[in-house]
Design a protein around this ligand. Sequence first.
Ligand SMILES: Cc1ncc(COP(=O)(O)O)c(C=O)c1O
Length: 440
Amino acid sequence: MPPSNDLKVAMDECLVRYGGDLYPEIVVAAKGAWVRDSAGREILDFTSGQMCATVGHSHPAVVAAIKESAEQAIHLFSGMIPESVARLARKIADLVPRPLKRSLLVSTGSESNEAALKMAKLITGGFEVVGLGGSWHGVTSAAGAASFASDRRGYGPTVPGVFALPEPNAYRCPIEHCRERCDMTCLKVGLQLFDMQTSGARAALIAEPVLSAGGVIVPPPGYFETVREACRARGMLLIFDEAQTAFGRLGAPFAATKLGVVPDIMTVSKTLGGGIPLAAAITSDEIEQTAHERGFAHYTSHVSDPLPAAVGLAVIETIERESLVERAGELGAYLRAGLLDLQQRYEAIGEVRGEGLLLGVELVKDRESREPHHELGARTTRRCLELGLSMNIRRRPERGSVWRIAPPLTVTREEIDTALQILDRALGETLDEMARGSGA
Ligand SMILES: Cc1ncc(COP(=O)(O)O)c(C=O)c1O
C-alpha cells in the first residue's frame, strides 16, 4: 500500500472522532488560500482553516517567527515574561479601544472565554451568564455552557446559571415576529425573561458581535448599544467574543471599533495566532486591578508562552504591513457582489449576509416560505469540495442551512472568481440533478 493509504487507514482506525465529517484524504500541505491533499488535489480554502489563517496558511512572516522563536525560547516557567509577550501585550494595548488595555495571553478561544467568565464572576460576585441563541464560545465547561450552537446533549448538567437570549436573526426570527429587519423585540423579550428568572447574582453577558456558527447573523444597528446599557443597568459585565472578528475580518480592526461599543472584556483567539494556538482575554486597568486584588488566578502551563506570542506579533505586523483590514473591506465587497449575482440567478439563495470577509449564504427551498434546504446545502458543499473549493455549511434543523464563507484576508480577486465559478457550477449541477431526481 502507498504510504498515503496507510495513513488513511490510520485516520479511520486510530483517531477519536470529534464531530463533523472528516475530509476523506490526508492533507499534506497548506499555503496561502490553498490546501493540497495526498492525492495531489489543490483545494481553495474558504474557511481559512478553522477560521484562523487570516494571513493565509504558512505566511512567510509566521514561518520566520516560529523558526526564530524556536531558536530563542519555545516555552518558559509561567512566572517569567518573555520579550515577545511584553511586545505583544503592548501591541494589543495600542490597538484595542480604551479602556481595554491589559491582556491575559492563553492558548485557545475556549480558554480565553473561560478566563473572561471567571474574571466577570470575581468582579461582580455573581455567577449568572447570559448568552445568545446560536452562539459558539468553545467546548470547555463555562464557555460551552454559554454556547447554544454547539452540541450540548449527553454530558449531564452544564454549569448553573446560564440563560439564552433569542438571537437577533431577522431572516429566521426566533420569536416569529420580524421578517426583513430585526426590531429587537427578541432582545426585549429575552431580557424580560432573564429578569424574571435571575437569582440576582448576575455576572456577564457574552456575545459574538457577528454570530458566526449560528449562521453568520449580523445583529441590527443599535443592538449592542442596547445590550451595553442592559448590562450596565443590571451590574453585569459585557464580554465580546471576537475570536473570528478581531484583527480585520470585518474590514475594521475589531467589531468593537466598527460598532462603537466597547465591552468590559474582549476575547480574541483564532485570528491572532494565524494557526498557532494563541488567545487573549483583554480588559481595562480597573477590572484587572480589582480582579488581582481578589486573587484572580489563571496560572496554566502555557500562559504567556514565548513562541505563540512571537507568532501573534508577526500576524498583527503582517496585517498592518499588507493593509489586510482595508483589503477585507474591499474584497468582502467584491465577494458579496459575486454572491448577490448568484442570488439573482438561483431562487435557492434566500439571503446573502455578513460583513467584510465573513459572509453567509442561506439556502432555501423557496424564498417565500424560507424553508431551509438542507439537502441542497449538504450536496452542494460536497460538490464544491470535489470541484476544489472547501466551504463550511452550518446546518441546524429549524435554523437554516447557511454557507459560511471566510477566505484568508490575503485572498486574491482571481481566487474569489474561481470560488464563485465553482459555487455557480456546483449549485447548477446539484439543482439539475435534484430536479431529475438523481444522486444521493
Ligand atoms: C466565536 C468563537 N469563540 C470561541 C471559539 C472557541 O475557540 P477554540 O476552538 O479555539 O477553543 C470559537 C471556535 O469556533 C468561536 O467561533
